[in-house]
Write a protein that binds this ligand. Structure first.
Ligand code: MN
Length: 716
């Protein structure tokens, strides 16, 4: 075990300004607090935090990290409080130890190894300060190194967890050395026979080859020198775990795997990497498909290197990696390498996206402590991970609520959720979930999705489910309303109403069922009159001017009236999506008019012109007013403009009127004689027009006519 002064010397060797006093106090504090506790190895417990601190000095981490490493188990395993640590060692150390304590608790909650990926993300998301993660990895590394002291049944679980979670994590932040060591120990534990047979085979080859590795190193070194490349060559046998993995991937036996030796050529700069590659490839036979250039295309974790496979010196198949010293440091130590380099005022490689971000802060921060203090791990900060009561992990977008969680578990859970327990306490459904929360959803068969939920859920799944339910539910209401409307309209005209007759006209309304027709009528997409006319084509509407029908006028009924309510809401800005909309019959708004929306009771939004006299009625109810305007999109949907016309009572006057409208591309859709004297007709004329300008043009055309004595837009 590292002695107190040895640890201090180690830290001071790379950080001469380290707070020696604080290091000493932390060492003694950990020793006292863990007191007589023993590890399963029989060592005093405090040897563990001391060794963890020792590993951290290998990463050349700052003094704060070393102190936090010494204290990392005190809050979890002894009576120490975070406050105590804060008062003795300051905010930063306290925060890191707090983070580590939370991670330890999270670890205990997770029961399901199948969810390793989510668990890794959770660990990353919870390690807001990257030092938390580095200390966690050092902690795990030491626990793995002493794994053989644990009870066998515990060992397998820890080894598997290490392979599933911690080795990939180490790789994710680029710490190759730690990753390899974790894997080797875990492999030895989980696949003892495979490990031993590979090891035996390696030993055999070593004896057979009478130490091939040094021979090949020498040859490669000479090759480089002869070509004027300054290089350091190293070589090793591959680790049993990487050999085993390759055997599995390629489904090959150990005998078939010939390249069990790997060599590394480290050069000064990128140009030399490619020069060295040229030398290797010109001198030795290249093995097809083994060449990879991770310098031009780095791995996602920032790894850079050139890999190639050749039949090398001594006629042996080998793998060669070529990289610069910087690339090598980053490959082995990952994020910690950047840290070490900053200490030497030498900032390297802008590799990982988040390291790049760290480095940007680093460049701006005046000292390393400030850098680490301001650094939050960028990864997965757009997600939260929460546990089910069984210990399964559910990943959700940030700001998710128990309703999102419920829908993520299963739609049926979401649809019926009435409440939630978060970490054992009943909390409102709108509560924003935090990383590591354990969420239990309370359900009731009587519950339905609520439109209220739509205001706070964030996941698409929850939103879609709520809207689907509301839509279906609204449809039910529309069906009931539509049926009532139809019955009333038919009865009002003394016509027989039965569903059989409706079946015949389904195609007229693009309906697939009678309910479809009801729903369309209820929603206002089709009028009850339209349906009635379809069922009784011969029936003449009693109220429409029969006078008009008897004229065959060119401007009348030229085109069938289009279904207005279906298309028009799209062209108006400021409406509430999904809300029914209609144009007020009082003022007949046209595109070009200034308009306002009034929320009616039961019939959605009515659109009025801003000068409509009816608006006075709503003056005292500002909450019903909607600020709306016409959209920009051009469209061909006709709008109804209403004209008040005074027409000379003479033969052909009505014909002349309709001709004028037709020539202006208008279409008379309705016509009512409201007054008739000896010399004049007074008419209300509804004209289908494109917009306000179109109507104004028609008014101008009518004004020019001899038979028209007066014309204006009507808002009655
Ligand atoms: Mn520990």
């Amino acid at each position: 075990m590292l002695r107190q002064y040895e640890l201090v010397d180690l830290v001071k060797s790379y950080d001469p300004n380290a707070d020696e006093d604080a290091l000493n106090r932390a060492y003694v504090f950990a020793m006292k607090k863990h007191g007589a506790q023993l590890r399963t190895s029989g060592d005093p417990y405090y040897s563990h935090p001391v060794e963890v601190a020792g590993i951290l000095t290998k990463f050349k981490l700052d003094c704060t990290s070393i102190i936090a490493g010494l204290l990392h188990d005190t809050v979890e395993d002894t009576d120490t409080s975070i406050e105590e640590i804060r008062s003795l060692f300051g905010d930063q150390v306290a925060q890191i130890v707090d983070g580590l304590t939370k991670l330890a608790m999270i670890e205990q909650k997770s029961a399901n190894n199948k969810q390793a990926e989510n668990f890794r993300k959770l660990l990353l998301a919870m390690s807001e300060d990257i030092r938390v993660l580095l200390i966690k990895l050092a902690d795990r590394l030491h626990n793995m190194r002493t794994l053989h002291y644990c009870a066998p049944e515990k060992r397998a679980r820890i080894a598997k967890e290490t392979l599933d979670i911690y080795a990939p994590l180490a790789e994710r932040i680029g710490m190759q050395e730690v990753k390899t060591e974790l894997e080797e120990i875990a492999f030895k534990e989980l696949h003892k026979e495979a490990y031993e047979s590979i090891q035996a085979r390696l030993n055999f080859l070593r004896e057979q080859g009478s130490n091939l590795v040094p021979k090949i190193i020498n040859q490669l070194q000479k090759d480089m020198e002869e070509n004027g490349i300054k290089a350091t060559v190293s070589g090793r046998e591959k680790s049993p775990y990487s050999i085993w993995r390759k055997m599995q991937q390629k489904n090959a036996s150990f005998e078939q795997l010939s390249d069990i030796m790997a060599f590394r050529i480290i050069v000064d700069d990128v140009a030399s990497c490619y020069q060295a590659l040229g030398v290797v490839h010109s001198k030795y036979h290249m093995v097809p498909r083994r060449f990879k250039d991770y310098i031009s295309t780095p791995k996602p974790n920032g790894y850079k290197s050139i890999h190639t496979g050749v039949i090398g010196p001594e006629n042996t198949r080998i793998e060669i990696q070529i990289r610069t010293q910087e690339m090598h440091e980053v490959a082995e130590k990952g994020v910690a390498a950047h840290w070490a380099y900053k200490q030497g005022e030498k900032v390297v490689g802008k590799n990982f996206r988040w390291i790049r971000e760290l480095l940007e802060i680093l460049d701006q921060a005046s000292n390393p402590e400030e850098f680490l203090e301001n650094t939050k791990l960028e990864m997965y900060n757009d997600q939260v991970f929460c546990f089910t009561p069984k210990g399964d992990l559910i990943g959700l977008p940030i700001n998710s609520t128990p309703v999102d969680f419920a829908y993520a578990v299963h739609s049926s859970v979401g649809d019926t959720c009435v409440g939630a327990k978060i970490n054992g306490e009943i909390r409102p459904l709108r509560t924003v979930l935090q990383n590591g929360d354990q969420v239990e959803i309370l359900t009731s068969k009587a519950q339905h999705p609520s439109t209220e939920w739509d205001r706070f859920v964030v996941t698409g799944k929850a939103k879609a489910a709520i809207r689907r339910y509301v839509r279906a539910h609204k449809r039910d209401q529309f069906i009931t309303l539509g049926q009532q409307l139809l019955e009333r309209t038919f009865k009002g005209e003394n016509l027989d109403f039965n569903e059989k007759s409706l079946v015949n006209v389904l195609p007229n309304f693009e309906a697939e069922s009678i309910d479809d027709i009801y729903a369309k009528v209820g929603e206002g997409l089709v009028t009850a009159w339209d349906v009635m006319k379809a069922v009784y084509p011969a029936y003449k509407q009693s109220k429409l001017g029969k006078v008009v029908k008897s004229f065959k006028m060119p401007g009348f009924g030229k085109t069938p009236r289009k279904d207005r309510s279906k298309a028009e809401p799209l062209k108006i800005k400021g409406l509430i999506p999904g809300m029914a909309v209609h144009f007020a019959g009082c003022c007949h708004p046209l595109p070009g008019d200034r308009i306002v929306g009034i929320v009616t009771t039961g019939k959605g939004v009515a659109i009025h012109t801003i000068d409509c006299r009816l608006l006075e009625k709503f003056a005292d109810e500002p909450e019903r007013w909607l600020d709306i305007s016409w959209g920009d999109a051009a469209d061909d949907t006709p709008h109804i403009g209403r004209l008040k016309v005074m027409l000379a009572n003479e033969p052909g006057a009505l014909g002349e009127l309709s001709n004028l409208v037709a020539r202006s591309n208008g279409n008379i859709s309705n016509l009512n004689i409201v007054n008739r004297t000896v010399s004049y007709f007074e008419l209300l004329v509804d004209v289908e027009v494109k917009d306000l300008k179109h109507l104004t043009d028609i008014i101008a055309a009518l004004k020019a006519s001899k038979v028209v004595s007066y014309v204006s837009r009507s808002n009655q």
